[in-house]
Design a protein around this ligand. Sequence first.
Ligand SMILES: [Zn+2]
Length: 266
Amino acid sequence: MTALELVDIGANLTHESFRADFDAVLARARAHGATQILVTGASAGGSRAALALALAHPGFLYATAGVHPHHAHEYDEATDALLRELSAQPQVKAVGETGLDYFRNYSPHAAQIDAFERQLQVAIDSGKPLFLHQRDAHADFIACLDRVRDRICRAVVHCFTGERAELIDYLDRGCHIGITGWICDERRGQHLRELVRLIPADRLMIETDAPYLLPRDLVPKPSHRRNEPMYLAHVCAAVAAARGEDAGLIAQITSRNARAFFALDA
Ligand SMILES: [Zn+2]
């Protein structure tokens, strides 16, 4: 596995669970092939912190700047101004995580749609691609995207876990697709093993979504529940197995896609 070169397009490395052993987490990530990691910004403070990590680890860590739908009720003028400031920074490679989440509904739908639309506009104005989240909100999500479709450059639907029709809707709109260790879940990830074959090679990317979504089929099973970027190689292998392709090939194409999509250093 160590020969693979992988890009993790979504890791929540500003999460408090990484505070105690952050350097060790990065060292393990590198030892398991992660050459570049996008640190997800999911709130105003989190986006600031993600940029700080990117600045401290140039060429290895990069940031996104956005407000997750869970935090949509916090989105105000100051947040909008901050995201505009952050998205102008060269180390900030995408606007997001933004989108809609009607599964948890931590913010009311109207607030989620408003924060999503404002971040779509930040992406349009900054020219940066979009890092998108959608759960149980497909119709509204597509409606928002369609209103700006000809003005955004690139978009990735991260942590895709949906059904076939949703995937087709994203692919029809030119979206890239991010696959996490959800595909390793024998209870709820089975359908993804079929659907991942439908993703064109030039629009497939992989991610851990660490510290969430620890792959359920790791052997030996870790004693903890925390996911980390070192397990991206495991996600890569699962995607490769599902597509009937070589893990080396999946590493190569997903890394190439990620570097082009996020305009990372070569
Ligand atoms: Zn998400």
